[in-house]
Design a protein. Structure first.
Length: 516
């Protein structure tokens, strides 16, 4: 990383006031002076670690987790404090104000939106903001440079606390909390955004604000579902739970023809609607069998409770399927080992090695609890997977995550309590296809393969079927009309009006940002 020399400004408190002034006297302002020149000189003056296109680490620091995308930022800054973030935001507003600004927490956006999803963005990388504090009242303050694995370890190390969040240890809490944040404990404890009590955020004019139910409550509402369009959250205060002592990690796997696979998904749907208790985190996973006409699918998840209670809970689902699973594994774990097991890389500590990467295209489909898939849509899905799913030159999976159902906090939280607009989702399909070696290029026909997989369902449902999409699985191929409706539904116009107050000029913008 190339670091600019420390500037004239030694006191951080002086920086915000002094910057504009300094820049104006140091560089004659003419019509020809471009925003990016002003940006770089302003960042240089600020003393914040900055990587520019001329820096030796620029290529590495500009890589997206999803290597299907390559974008060239205007600059990447690495602030060490909320004040630094505010200064960097102000630098981007100099000149004609045409430099878009994006926060990057874990960099795991499916559309590389942490890089702005386009060239020329000022990327504010939060990786130096790593504090986590557990308070006496069992809330925790978490700075947004933290990854989920490190959050879990820190909470547990401070009084055996826990919260619900996604399974991948390297996902950043910053992006995750802003779009949803689903994990296997979310039916019991909520999405990450449901667990947030307040946020510290830098808005587009460089002001640092607190947001909660009682302070800047409109901003607080918008942050919980659409944060990237409203500001840069530097810290969240969240509720935590006592880590459950017994966690049952389970899998029941079937290799069957499309007709039996259809029965299994039908069983999953009705068990999800009527029977699954909130302490059950349940997924139906489908992976390639490599044999035509054979579908490999599993019920997987974590149950927070005893082995005996798990057995009683899951038995109705397993016995509603006419065939027995080919393999099953039901293993009891303590809290952290259960997360390590589901995280899939043997550790939650992200300081031990660099993040991996992938080259992929994914779509989501949120199935409403009152309009689940019809038999013909289910059958079309498995017929497609039993044919095209075998010949494709992608490595794919389909995962149905149970969000709603009986007693789920996600569906029981009132629709208008946050900007998150998918509370009526029973379960969320994710359709995901990678290049075979996970490296670029993504196969030419991979996009069509996945789109056709998705439409095997949508084209076989009633034409007036109303479904959603999960904003955390950002799909850059959706049209404006599609993402606005599928992510945000009737919350979109409310978001627009709050946006006009906090980000009126669209400084925080990317291809799927809220806009006027
Ligand atoms: C391997 C993998 C596994 C995943 N597993 C799950 C899962 O189990 N459950 C689930 O719900 N989701 C999951 N996701 C999706 C994940 O929640 C989203 O991609 C999330 O947006 C990633 O956050 P990030 O901080 O890592 O990404 P980034 O790319 O850094 O950020 C994503 C978006 O949020 C914005 N942003 C980042 N930080 C902030 C901030 N502090 N303030 C405001 N805006 C910010 C960025 O500008 C960008 O628009 C997974 C993704 C991957 C790649
Ligand atoms: C980057 O390098 C180019 C070519 O060497 C030079 O013209 C330009 O001024 C440099 N930019 C910065 C910001 O240092
Ligand atoms: C992180 O926490 C430590 C110890 O509480 C504190 O000294 C430091 O100022 C905090 N850093 C930031 C960036 O808030
Ligand atoms: C429930 O427990 C019994 C006794 O151990 C076992 O035979 C059975 O397979 C379990 N059922 C499920 C669905 O795991
Ligand atoms: C079941 O899972 C546990 C933990 O993940 C693993 O150690 C064990 O080998 C698995 N057992 C079988 C039979 O696959
Ligand atoms: C939903 O909440 C937002 C933010 O508090 C508010 O502006 C809006 O009026 C509410 N809408 C309804 C229908 O209550
Ligand atoms: C869709 O159309 C069918 C048949 O015309 C009707 O019964 C159903 O109520 C409609 N559903 C919605 C969500 O409008
Ligand atoms: C920044 O924007 C907020 C929200 O619109 C406003 O309340 C505040 O006065 C603005 N501050 C400055 C310095 O412009």
């Amino acid at each position: 990383m190339m670091v600019f020399p420390q500037s004239l400004f030694t006191s951080p408190a002086l920086r915000p006031l002094s910057l504009t002034f300094f820049t104006l006297i140091a560089y004659p302002v003419t019509a020809a002076l471009r925003s990016d020149t002003l940006l770089l000189s302003c960042l240089q003056s600020s003393g914040i670690s900055t990587v520019t296109p001329n820096s030796s680490s620029f290529a590495q620091d500009s890589l997206a987790f999803n290597r299907r995308f390559e974008y060239t930022p205007a600059a990447i800054v690495f602030p060490h404090s909320t004040e630094d973030v505010a200064v960097a935001v102000k630098c981007a507003t100099l000149g004609d104000g045409n430099i878009p600004v994006s926060a990057r927490s874990g960099g795991h956006s499916y559309g590389a939106f942490g890089l702005g999803g386009q060239d020329g963005t000022l990327v504010i990388d939060l990786s130096n903001l790593k504090n986590i504090t557990v308070n006496q009242d069992h809330t925790a303050n978490i700075q947004t440079g933290n990854r989920l694995g490190d959050v879990a370890l820190a909470l547990f190390a401070n009084g055996e606390r826990a919260m619900a969040h996604g399974t991948c240890p390297y996902v950043g809490i910053g992006g995750h909390a802003g779009c949803g944040g689903f994990g296997l404990a979310s039916r019991a404890w909520g999405l990450v955004l449901d667990q947030v009590e307040s946020a510290e955020v830098v808005i587009a004019n460089g002001t640092i604000l607190q947001a909660s139910e009682s302070t800047n409550s409109d901003l607080f509402w918008a942050l919980r579902g659409a944060s990237p369009s409203f500001g840069i959250v530097t810290e969240y205060k969240v509720r935590t739970q006592s880590a459950p002592p017994s966690n049952i990690v389970f899998s029941y796997t079937y290799s069957v023809d499309p007709s039996v696979a259809s029965e299994i998904l039908t069983s999953f749907q009705s068990f999800s609607q009527y029977s699954a208790p909130s302490e059950l985190g349940l997924q139906l996973s489908v992976i390639p069998s490599r044999q035509p006409g054979i579908i490999t699918l599993s019920f997987i998840g974590i149950y927070m409770g005893s082995l005996a209670a798990f057995n009683t809970t899951i038995s109705p689902l397993i016995s509603s399927v006419a065939v027995s699973p080919q393999t099953m594994n039901v293993t009891q774990f303590e809290w952290i080992p259960s997360l390590v097991r589901k995280g899939g890389i043997g550790t939650l500590d992200t300081s031990l090695r660099l993040d991996s990467s992938d080259t992929f295209f994914a779509k989501s489909l949120m199935v409403p609890h009152d309009a689940v898939l019809t038999p013909s849509a289910i059958r079309a899905l498995f017929d497609y997977l039993g044919t095209e799913g075998v010949t494709t030159d992608t490595k794919w999976f389909v995962l149905a995550d149970l969000f709603g159902g009986k007693g789920s906090i996600i569906s029981d939280t009132p629709h208008n309590s946050t900007a998150y607009a998918q509370r009526n989702g029973l379960y969320n399909f994710q359709f995901y296809a990678s290049s075979l070696d996970l490296q670029p290029p993504f196969p030419d026909d991979g996009i069509d393969f996945l789109n056709n997989l998705y439409s095997s369902i949508t084209s076989n449902m009633p034409s007036n079927w109303s479904f959603g999409a999960y904003p955390c699985y950002a799909d850059p191929t959706l049209s404006d009309m599609q993402w606005q409706t599928q992510y945000y539904g009737d919350h979109y116009p409310i978001l627009q009006s709050i946006h006009s107050k906090y980000n009126p000029l669209g400084l925080f913008r990317y291809p799927q940002a809220i806009a006027a």
